[in-house]
Design a protein. Sequence first.
Length: 201
Amino acid sequence: MKIKFNYLVIGILVAIIFLQRSCNGKQISSTPEPIVTTDTIWKTTHDTVYKNVTVLKKEYIKPEGEQYTSGETIDTCKARFQNLLKEHLVRTVYSDTLTLDSLGTIVVRDTVWLNKLYGKREYIKDYKIPFVTKTITKPEPPKRQMYLGGNLFGNSNSMQGVTPGLLYKNKKDQIYQVNVGINFDGTITYGLGAYWKIKLK
């Protein structure tokens, strides 16, 4: 029994050495990596804007055609004048829609009266613009932890002993155990333990 127990202790020590080598082969950072999350917020715009339009250039161009001449008689001259005056007093509204891909539209409206723009140019906005927001969350850094507890041992007939002990976990999630076993027959045993975190896929 003593030889088997020695073999068991040697096997445990070899396993501990192997785990230490395998864990130390890859550097484990005790600082958690920040978590980056992104979200898209759509800003909807429904608005109407009025803007004064600057006159860039004025140029007189003589039109051609009988309707733009005085005429040979007074009646003809009067009729042509009335027609030109009617056209001059007409208020015309021009509208153009600018499509912003899949975002929406902008409508541009101009009103012409008395041979010039009447009022202000009108912009009717109806579109949505995406804004990508990025949130960086830094997890709480790992901390050292200490646990106090114990175990009860027994069989189906009776309890045989109790082992109070301490557990210590470092920042790399490695756990070390120290305990004392007290059997109900008065025998006292001592124990050491070590645990390493295994990453599962």
